[in-house]
Design a protein around this ligand. Structure first.
Ligand SMILES: Cc1cc2nc3c(=O)[nH]c(=O)nc-3n(C[C@H](O)[C@H](O)[C@H](O)COP(=O)(O)O)c2cc1C
Length: 228
């Protein structure tokens, strides 16, 4: 379980809230939203919460595929199972190829890049690869290419940021995200040695073991994947 839940916990999440929980059942892993980690002021529709959970689901699939398991994902919109967003089952054997192995290696070292942008644009080949990757996930990536579009986007981002800074409710919501939500960089990685700007983490486990029935809950993050 650690082998697949740890990579899942390395997913990006809004304000590093890691708003997911995994329910471990004999035939499946369910992904649930952890509403205690929602940010009601800045994310009232829980859209960014769901995007974060989607990223964790993606990493979970990558990890299962890395073990040679074809992940069979059922999205569970409309509360088919209360609170569950998705269920992942074993769908037979799927051997990882080179591209997949590279993706798996990237999971623990991926990091949100907040450094300044280059003046030059992203070259066409990389843009195409990004658009294709989004399409494979049944999403789409809109690429801004004209100066006017980029300037407008810059203005909107700045304005949105300022609105949030001026909103005491939003600021309080961000402070409310449990400190345990912050995950440390993976052991031995270059990131661990760098100052990343994220909060220090405690070694507290937030793994919620339930001994009744065969259900186990795990709020997955690097130090919480000990599943009893
Ligand atoms: C739905 C979503 C929205 C995000 N929004 C922002 C954002 O507005 N600004 C930002 O700097 N990072 C944003 N992030 C990145 C997170 O802050 C980042 O994933 C989190 O702090 C964990 O850091 P890591 O990605 O380096 O592991 C977002 C991530 C997700 C999944």
């Amino acid at each position: 379980m650690r082998t697949v839940l740890e990579p899942a916990s390395f997913a990006p999440s809004v304000h590093n809230s890691q708003p997911w929980r995994f329910r471990l059942l004999p035939d499946r892993i369910e992904l649930h939203a952890d509403v205690e980690r929602s940010l009601s002021a800045t994310d009232p529709d829980a859209r960014e919460l769901r995007l974060s959970c989607g990223a964790a689901l993606f990493n979970l699939r990558v990890a299962l595929h890395g073990l040679g398991v074809r992940p069979l994902v059922t999205l569970l919109p409309g509360n088919a199972v209360p609170g569950a967003l998705a269920a992942v089952r074993r769908g037979g054997v799927l051997r990882p190829d080179d591209e997949h192995r590279a993706l798996l290696r990237a999971v623990p070292v991926r990091r949100t890049n907040r450094r300044p942008f280059f003046e030059s644009g992203v070259d066409g080949r990389r843009r195409h690869a990004l658009v294709r990757a989004a399409e494979l996930e049944r999403a789409w990536l809109h690429v801004f290419t004209t100066r006017e579009d980029v300037a407008r986007m810059k203005y909107l981002v700045r304005r949105a940021h300022q609105i949030q800074l001026d909103d005491p409710g939003a600021q309080a919501g961000h402070r409310r995200v449990p400190a345990t939500a912050c995950r440390p960089p993976p052991r031995g990685s270059a990131r661990r040695r760098r100052t990343s700007g994220r909060s220090a983490t405690s070694a507290t486990t937030v793994c919620r073991g339930r001994t009744t029935s065969r259900t186990r809950w795990c709020s997955s993050s690097a130090r919480t994947t000990t599943v009893r």
